[in-house]
Design a protein around this ligand. Structure first.
Ligand SMILES: Nc1ncnc2c1ncn2[C@@H]1O[C@H](COP(=O)(O)OP(=O)(O)O)[C@@H](O)[C@H]1O
Ligand SMILES: [Mg+2]
Length: 270
């Protein structure tokens, strides 16, 4: 009997320790599998809803454009109206056209946000990509008395990006900077690098972001502007993250804002 004691102790230890651990592991594994399944179903549902909403936005754009063309024709007819009624109709048509333009902008922003993007990666010089965006925006900046100051690291390696999508992301940030400098100011665009990343800093001397809303600025539909869609920064974040990059914002109310974008030099997408 004495000889059996070590075996019995071993068997009891096995039952007490191993079996609960075994069942716990099985429960955890099945919980994880259920969680993964739930997440996959959610992702599928979200993608489906995104496609539906994108299709709907597209469908609305066509009749909207027809309405706009007809309003334009009506406006031309009323252009030389001399009587009060004619003038009133002319100004109402003008108002309707402005609202249609705004609807169109909302739909465009929405489509840019909802569109499922397939990245077309190509080796690009980030400084050149930035220059394309700057060239595009310069006339508007001049009008608004905004001085653009560029300081580029000229030794940047080429970066694997989808240039069109990165341009869209940068443009969203630059337009925000422009809108923050209502009375003019300076827009600084700086590039630098380390071993892993290329860094783009876009800094403005605009109104800045109050501390109590900083955590909201990447939320879909969050906007402090009268005619903002609140989709610019969420779209930018999504595009940058699809490139495995990061975006962060530092700001001081009344002084200005710095947006820092980091893109990996060796992008390997899974
Ligand atoms: N450079 C900036 N300066 C001040 N506020 C900014 C800046 N960039 C973003 N914001 C704030 O973040 C909000 C969200 O920006 P965004 O997603 O582009 O939407 P929208 O420009 O349509 O308002 C803006 O309404 C604004 O309050
Ligand atoms: Mg914006």
């Amino acid at each position: 009997m004495k000889d059996l004691i070590p075996y019995l102790t071993g068997a009891i230890a096995f039952i007490v320790i191993f079996i609960p651990v075994f069942f716990f592991s099985i429960r955890r594994a099945s919980y994880k599998a259920r969680e993964l399944e739930k997440r996959a179903m959610n992702a599928e549902r979200l993608a489906f809803v995104g496609t539906l909403a994108g299709g709907l936005a597209h469908e609305i754009k066509n009749p909207l454009s027809t309405i706009n063309i007809n309003l334009q024709l009506l406006k031309e007819d009323m252009q030389n109206a001399a009587d009060e009624t004619g003038k009133r109709i002319y100004s109402k048509i003008h108002l309707l056209q402005k609202e249609i333009q705004r609807l169109d902008e909302i739909l465009n922003d929405f489509l840019r946000f909802a569109r499922e993007q397939k990245l077309e990666l190509k080796g690009c010089d980030i400084n050149e990509v930035l220059d394309d965006v700057v060239d595009f925006i310069t006339p508007e900046m001049r009008q608004k008395k905004i001085l653009i100051l560029k300081s580029y690291d000229t030794s940047l390696p080429t970066c694997e990006i989808d240039a069109n999508l990165i341009k869209q992301a940068l443009l969203n940030v630059i337009i925000n900077a422009e809108q923050a400098m209502e009375h003019g100011g300076e827009l600084m665009i700086h590039t630098s690098r380390n071993k892993k990343h290329i860094q783009i800093d876009i800094t403005d001397t605009g109104c800045g972001i109050p501390k109590n809303i900083t955590h909201k600025i990447f939320q879909v539909y969050f906007s402090t502007k009268k005619t903002g869609t609140g989709l610019g920064l969420p779209t930018t974040k999504r595009l940058i993250e699809e490139h495995k990059g990061t975006i962060s914002v530092q700001s001081e109310k009344g002084k200005g804002t710095n947006v820092c974008i980091k893109l990996p030099i060796n992008l390997t997408l899974n």
